[in-house]
Design a protein around this ligand. Sequence first.
Ligand SMILES: CC(C)(COP(=O)(O)OP(=O)(O)OC[C@H]1O[C@@H](n2cnc3c(N)ncnc32)[C@H](O)[C@@H]1OP(=O)(O)O)[C@@H](O)C(=O)NCCC(=O)NCCS
Length: 256
Amino acid sequence: MSMRLRLAMQEVLRDPQVAPRKLQSTWARLWLPLAGLSPAGRMAARLATWFAPPYKARRWFADVHPRGFVSPRAAICHRGLRLGLHVFIGDDVTIIQMDGGGPVEIGDKASVWGDALLETGERGGITIGPESRINLGVHLISYVAPIRIGRDVGIGEGSALFSYNHGIAPGRPYMEQPLQSKGPIVIDDHAWVGLGSIVLDGVRIGKGAIVGAGSVVTRDVPDGAIAVGVPARVVGMRGEPSWTAAAPPSWSRTDA
Ligand SMILES: CC(C)(COP(=O)(O)OP(=O)(O)OC[C@H]1O[C@@H](n2cnc3c(N)ncnc32)[C@H](O)[C@@H]1OP(=O)(O)O)[C@@H](O)C(=O)NCCC(=O)NCCS
């Protein structure tokens, strides 16, 4: 038994009010350095979660080791997945590569929370910049054109970004028509997409822009603008941005 675990157990005996949390964290810290995407690494991740509270109370798991933390309940089925340092992937996240799908790159200290779906197929690809937050139940589906999310971007719970459309020419069922796209979806640095929003193909949401909850974004949103509604219209500007030009997104690691 490691010295740290023994010390924590001693503390339980001394002060049962405080010690259980310490024991939880000591237990997790035993396994987290071994956690990763290999079968043994996933087993270590499972053991680390044994006594841990759920959801955001586990974000610190990703800070313990540069390899970050991928929940043992996440379904990872993607050969082109590249994780930066200290990335957090939550419970029941699905990352899947369908035929012809390009890479999924997730930058340093980014978080992908539970039940999110990241899917690439047919020349699509997904980039999530450093420190960005993909919240519960978000769908990022990239076929034909990429989805590029910048640095420190928030995508609200239940939002969906689709970079393609089905062909809808008359006379043939839409499922028999080739996929098409007006172009990439780009969400620039520091932007915030409110919960339950939909962003369609070919749209750029500018630096520091805000999209109100429940919006459907069909056209570009300028830097610093506030856009709301269905379809989303600009209702205000946030004024001169106080942030300076951020460094380009970085991916410090290419393996998992
Ligand atoms: C977009 C938002 C930031 C604007 O906040 P605000 O600047 O305080 O805006 P106001 O409340 O003054 O509203 C301005 C106008 O836009 C309308 N509006 C605001 N948010 C709206 C929305 N999501 N959809 C439609 N209209 C909206 C208001 O009704 C108001 O219209 P009016 O001038 O005709 O009365 C906020 O309304 C919002 O949607 N936040 C997202 C919340 C969220 O997603 N939280 C989850 C965290 S990830």
